[in-house]
Design a protein around this ligand. Structure first.
Ligand SMILES: [Zn+2]
Length: 102
């Protein structure tokens, strides 16, 4: 049975620290599949890592946590490459910053 971030206790949510905001409504960005998701939809994987919400995301469980970033923070990090990115992303849509791939 999959557990989602939204089902965690407040303390457990804070321990993940993907975003400074523990709200389920916070937008996160996955650098692996280049899609955005609500933090509350993220899945707790085996090994208790926070995983991307999309089942078809190919990130490995032990690396999944490192592919999730706060939407706003990631956008700001990209700077001008992300000027087209909206304040509120569309779930399932891919957002790519030109030359942003690490
Ligand atoms: Zn993903």
């Amino acid at each position: 049975m999959k557990r989602r971030y939204s089902e965690l206790t407040e303390e457990a949510k804070a321990s993940y620290g993907t975003s400074e905001n523990t709200s389920d409504d916070t937008w996160l960005y996955c650098t692996n599949c280049e899609r955005a998701m609500r933090q509350g939809d993220c899945v707790i994987g085996e090994g208790e890592n926070l995983r991307c919400a999309y089942d078809d995301c190919a990130s490995q469980d032990n690396l999944a946590f490192q592919s999730l970033y706060g939407w706003d923070a990631y956008r700001q990090g990209l700077g001008h490459e992300a000027v087209q990115w909206p304040d509120e992303p569309e779930p399932g849509k891919r957002y790519t910053g030109a030359g942003a791939a690490p």
